[in-house]
Structures are given as C-alpha cells and as structure tokens.
Design a binder for this molecule. Structure first.
Ligand SMILES: Cc1cc2nc3c(=O)[nH]c(=O)nc-3n(C[C@H](O)[C@H](O)[C@H](O)COP(=O)(O)O)c2cc1C
Length: 308
C-alpha cells in the first residue's frame, strides 16, 4: 500500500492513541511489522508556541519507519505556519485529527467538531497540502451522531482538498467508544473515493483485518486497542511465541532515552497494565504496579510474572 510517494511496510497500521502512542510503543509496533505508525494527536498551537509537552510527543526512534505525526487544530493559518517552520519535517506523513470526541477538544471546534463544519475542515486540509510535499492524510469518524452520517461526503471533500489517504473510524462522535464500529459505512466510503481508505474499529487480529479488507474493499486497516500490550499483533505471532519480558525491557529502555524517570514510570504503568492483562492474577499485579513509586520494584514484579 502506498500513500502518495510513501510505501507502507504493510496494510496494517497503528491507530493513534493519546497517552499510549509514545515513541517506545510505536517503535516496537514498527519492529513487529506495523505498516505505518502515528503519534498521538499533537496540538498545532502547542507546536507553534514551542510547548514542551507538545514537542515531547514528536520523539521517535530511527527504526520507526514510515511514521506519521497527527496534529489537531481549528486554525488553518497555524497549521500552515508550523509546516512552513519545519516543525513536522521529521515525519513521512502529516495526519489531521477530525474525529476526537473529547469535550475539551470538541468545544474548541477541533477534532470531531469539524465533521459539522466541513468548510473549515476543507480550509485546514488545503492549508496543510499547500505548504508541504509530504502526504497529508485525515482521520475522522463516520459522522457526528446517528442522524448525521456524512462519511462519504466528508471523504470526497478530503480527497478534493488534496488529502492523499483517509482513515475512517466506524463510529460517530456521540458513540465515543460505545457499540460496534459500522463497517458498512466504511465500505461505502471505500467505493466513493480513489485515495486509499484505511478502515478502523474493533479489529483484534491480522486475520480479522485481512477479512475486513476483503469484505469492505478498504486498502488498509488501523488497529488501536487491539495493539495495546500486544505490539506483536502486527507480526501475527501469538503471545506465547513472544519474549514479552524482552519487549517490556526494550519499551522501558527506549522511553528512558527521552523522558525523566517520573514520566517513564507514568507511561509504563499504563502499558504494563496492558501487557499483563491476560496473565493470572492480573488484577492484583496491576494494583501493585499502579501504586508503586519504585521502578525497581515494578521491574522485579514484571520479571516474576514473565519468567520462563
Ligand atoms: C486511549 C485512546 C486514545 C486515543 N487517542 C486518539 C488520538 O490521539 N488520535 C486519534 O485520531 N484517535 C485516537 N483514538 C482513537 C483510535 O485511534 C481508534 O480510532 C479507536 O480506538 C478505534 O479503533 P480500535 O477499535 O482499533 O481501538 C484513541 C483511542 C483510545 C482508546
């Protein structure tokens, strides 16, 4: 699968996840064969004003390739400016978030609020495309609510505005993460545009992903929650074929290159809760992990859990 001039490693990509898509996790997914990784959503305004928090989300490992950065904004001029200033230059693809349902984002007219304002969405996409040769992509939901399923028209608008690919999450904004993703709508979108469509929602294995591509005609599949605690999902390996402890150690080691010990612990606690979700007594171990302030103690606990 190709997005403009960027050849993906496979048709299966990592869906961006705020709080989880750190450079360690993305690097591991890439190593396990993920076709394209994307940072969590980063504020375009935060990047314009050199916000430390926003910039720290742009860290990456060299093996993470190809890689996309996802930005969110309601200001076409700000998007143009950060691109002109070269702030996104280390990424192969620029993705724009038009699907986030979080109230603090939607209230500001960003994320899925843009589904109700396609004119502004169009301006944002055009202002990105007009200022870079990097492919620009858009990730959005099928509509704001069940009475406003606008995915096909929105997809055509993205294509006409210069987007090189789109990722469609088969839920509405009001659904948030409830119910099931509506793949029939993703299928309609795939037939309606010529640019690659990456379908997204509720896929938990590569077999399922392959089936979805066959049934709904999309070019690729983005996997989000199915990859949490299982970056090897992209390799089709079963968990018992993977040295999970080695993966966790690598995850720690990458984050330690970029973040303070406090931040590493904050990140890793969330990931460890996912890595251990299928082991015996996961609840008790999770409790110990989230309440411990001591990295070595957490490390010893994990070594005990995954020792062969
Ligand atoms: C914890 C979490 C954080 C998320 N953060 C983002 C984000 O930053 N940008 C985005 O476009 N989508 C975000 N999403 C949505 C996912 O990318 C994806 O669309 C959704 O989880 C459905 O895919 P899945 O069923 O494979 O998880 C997030 C989802 C979760 C669960």
């Amino acid at each position: 699968m190709k997005i403009k001039n960027v050849e993906l490693k496979s048709s299966y990509t990592l869906a961006p996840m705020a709080g989880f898509s750190d450079c360690g996790f993305r690097s591991l997914c890439s190593e396990f064969g993920c076709g394209l990784t994307t940072t969590e959503m980063v504020s375009a305004r935060g990047l314009l004003y050199d916000g430390e928090g926003s910039f720290s989300l742009l860290n990456y490992e060299k093996n993470e390739s190809p890689r996309a950065v996802q930005i969110f904004s309601n200001e076409p001029e700000v998007v143009a400016e950060i691109i002109k200033q070269g702030k996104l230059k280390n990424f192969d693809i620029i993705d724009i978030n038009m699907g986030c349902p979080m109230p603090k984002i939607v209230k500001e007219g960003m994320g899925s609020a843009l589904l109700l304002d396609p004119k502004l969405a169009e301006k944002i996409i055009k202002s990105a495309c007009n200022n870079t040769s990097q492919p620009v992509t858009v990730k959005f939901r099928i509509g704001y609510d069940k009475n406003n399923i606008i995915a096909t028209d929105f997809a055509k608008m993205c294509e006409d505005s210069g987007a090189s690919a789109i990722t469609v999450h088969g839920r509405t904004k009001t659904q948030a993460y409830e119910g099931r993703a509506n793949w029939d709508v993703i299928g309609d979108v795939s037939s309606a545009v010529k640019i690659p469509v990456i379908g997204n929602g509720d896929v938990l294995s590569l077999d399922e992903a392959e089936q979805k591509i066959k049934t709904y005609g999309c070019c690729g599949i983005a996997i989000g929650r199915g990859a949490l605690g299982r970056p090897w999902i992209f390799s089709n390996k079963k968990t018992d074929e993977v040295d999970v402890l080695k993966v966790i150690k690598k995850h720690f080691a990458i984050l330690e290159k970029y973040y303070s010990e406090r931040l590493v612990l904050l990140h890793m606690r969330k990931h460890l809760a996912c890595y251990i979700k299928d082991v015996k007594k996961a609840k008790i171990i999770r409790h110990k992990i989230v309440t411990s302030q001591d990295k070595q103690e957490i490390f010893n606990l994990i070594c005990e859990v995954f020792k062969k």
